[in-house]
Design a protein around this ligand. Structure first.
Ligand SMILES: Cc1cc2nc3c(=O)[nH]c(=O)nc-3n(C[C@H](O)[C@H](O)[C@H](O)COP(=O)(O)OP(=O)(O)OC[C@H]3O[C@@H](n4cnc5c(N)ncnc54)[C@H](O)[C@@H]3O)c2cc1C
Ligand code: SF4
Length: 548
């Protein structure tokens, strides 16, 4: 392709991603800059059409970080309105039998003092707050590549618009802009594609455990007001999981809505597993379906979540920038909470940057960030949680859950050793002929649904005639390796039906319906040959979640 002339804009700080971590970093920097009377310019780029459009989260929100960032938030008109009133943890033995677990045995699921919120709406609110501090926010602008000079990241390039499927400039072509910065903060969330690049380039994960992931689903339901119990938080384990430690959540939020979802760890072995179908099946369990009868599903979405925790967290600083939030893996898995830890990591990053400005010591690699993070409460929280994922990963749904539960309940995360989970999720699949086929029930169209009608509710849209943003390193692998060995698992792990094996003129073809992609990143994680790379599509593309 010919050399593209681009406009360039200079900022002190460029933040990539307007999730809780990126917005907290930007806000903290501006607050401290004002306090210390330094002039610092900050911009935030967001690939969604608006802030919150790509945020998908449960969400039971721990306000600890927000209390520190915006201490008077309770006096402002925030979308944090429903406090948790009751926790219920249940083991689902089968479709009919539910065994309640005493809450004292499940300390990580205690949510007293937390809130049931839409994280997307909280980010929208934080975005407005950030703008009031003169932070420039650019929604609809994906950071598509890094600017690297002398082995240092000096900013990002936003995505070009108006390139055809074949890679040619169309009449509507508009080149992306260079956003140059003294420091670039990567806050793209789980499996950020620029984060992945810097981790690889600077070996940031050297001597760390491989990262681990789950795929999380969410639906928002309007439920019968007579069945709605505002403030009730339900978590379940067990049925219909097949050999995995999958779990669910069912949060009774505001306006008679329920936020419900299901998480399947991506270290599953059986390539016939379909996380989407398992989620749909779970809704038919009698203690769940009783709430949904007579209700209406109003949105659907899916997103990978990062769960390797303490042992898998890469070095968080690199020449020219910092990794924050789920881009670095700050989620606390036993609590299934990553919003407050992501926010705190952003705040620590902000403080570290301001310290460097104050000392007039703008060195390339702000290694102090790692130390500041290690001294923060978020690191203590993650340290306590560190053995949860390895126990589940190594010992599975029964013994693993028991040991992980004992680690948290009896020993409060203080066991004198740190376990490893050394096998990356893309290497855990057994071959299709070694594992039993799974017969998922057909959706009934009332409580359970198919993929296409679900994706419709995610309001996903991508401009037609653009290069495919799901890039195969080798186009032959899906049919020549993945199909014979694993019955091409992408057909089942993708929550949006993007990947299909179809027949054309008697020949099998691997089809990619990239316009349906909800940007969950599961294919980038789970493909056994690591053959699929997710890159940013044209700006504004992807889901348009309302209050996820
Ligand atoms: C199903 C599910 C349930 C969860 N439940 C809870 C819960 O109940 N409580 C809790 O605390 N946490 C929960 N979490 C975890 C929580 O949502 C995350 O830990 C948190 O959102 C991480 O924040 P972040 O800012 O790091 O990333 P994200 O929230 O993922 O935000 C990243 C932002 O960056 C944008 N972006 C990404 N790449 C680019 C790019 N290249 N250019 C421009 N923009 C980009 C994205 O569009 C997005 O807006 C849940 C997660 C899932 C998936
Ligand atoms: S194509 Fe990949 S990133 Fe997109 S929805 Fe499917 S699995 Fe997720």
């Amino acid at each position: 392709m010919e050399q593209i002339q681009r406009e360039s804009m200079d900022y002190d700080i460029v933040v990539v991603g307007a999730g809780p971590s990126g917005l907290s970093a930007a806000i903290k920097i501006k607050q401290l800059a004002k306090e210390n009377e330094i002039d610092i310019s900050v911009c935030v780029v967001e690939k969604g059409s608006e802030i919150g459009a790509h945020i998908l989260s449960g969400n039971v929100f721990d306000p600890r970080a927000l209390d520190e960032l915006i201490p008077d938030w309770k006096d402002l008109s925030t979308p944090i309105q429903v406090s948790v009133k009751k926790d219920s943890v249940r083991y689902l033995l089968n479709e009919k039998i539910t065994i309640p677990a005493p809450t004292f045995l499940t300390p990580t699921f205690k949510n007293h003092g937390n809130y049931i919120i839409s994280l997307g709406n909280l980010c929208r609110w934080m975005g407005e707050y950030a703008e009031s501090l003169e932070i420039d926010i650019f929604p609809g602008f994906p950071a598509s590549s890094l600017i690297i000079e002398n082995d240092c990241i000096v900013g990002v390039i936003t995505g070009d618009m108006g390139i055809s499927f074949e890679g040619k400039q169309k009449e509507s072509f508009e080149p992306g802009v260079e956003l140059r910065a003294k420091y670039t903060i990567l806050s793209e969330g789980c499996r950020g594609h620029l984060g992945k690049e810097v981790i690889e380039k600077f070996n940031l994960d050297e001597n760390k455990d491989p990262q681990h992931y789950g795929i999380g689903f969410k639906e928002v339901w309007d439920i019968d007001p007579k069945l709605h119990e505002e403030g009730l938080v339900i978590h379940t384990l067990g049925w219909p999981a097949k050999g995995t430690v999958s779990g669910s959540y069912f949060y009774h939020g505001e306006n008679n809505q329920a936020y419900i979802g299901y998480v399947v760890p991506l270290d599953y072995k059986n390539p016939h597993t379909s996380p989407f179908d398992e989620f749909q099946q779970w809704k038919h369990q009698s203690s769940i379906s009783k709430y949904l009868k007579g209700g209406k599903r109003v949105s659907y979405g899916a997103r990978a979540l990062i769960k390797g925790g303490f042992q898998s967290r890469p070095k968080m600083s690199f020449p020219g920038g910092l990794l924050v939030g789920d881009d670095a893996g700050t989620l606390n898995f036993p609590r299934i909470k990553g919003a407050h830890t992501a926010m705190k990591s952003g705040m620590v990053a902000g403080q570290t940057i301001i310290d460097a400005f104050m000392k007039d010591d703008l060195k390339d690699d702000l290694v102090e960030y790692e130390e500041n993070f290690s001294n923060s409460w978020v690191n203590q929280e993650l340290h306590k949680a560190r053995n949860w994922n390895p126990f589940l990963h190594k010992y599975g749904p029964y013994i693993g859950v028991l040991l992980a539960g004992m680690d948290q309940f009896l020993f409060r995360g203080k066991l004198p050793f740190t376990l490893k989970a050394s096998k990356p999720d893309h290497l855990t699949l057994k071959t299709a002929d070694q594992m039993p086929k799974i017969d998922y029930p057909k959706p009934d169209g009332t409580i359970s649904f198919d993929k296409l009608s679900s994706v419709f509710l995610s309001n996903t849209n991508h401009a037609e005639d653009q290069p495919c943003h799901l890039v195969l390193k080798d186009e032959n692998i899906p049919l020549e390796e993945n199909l014979p060995k694993y019955d091409e698992p992408a057909q089942r792990y993708c929550p949006a039906g993007v990947y299909e094996i179809i027949e054309e003129e008697g020949k099998k073809k691997f089809q990619i319906n990239s316009q349906n992609c909800v940007h969950c990143k599961t294919c980038d994680i789970k493909d056994p040959a690591q053959n699929i790379t997710w890159i940013t599509p044209e700006g504004m593309g992807g889901p348009n979640y309302p209050n996820m």
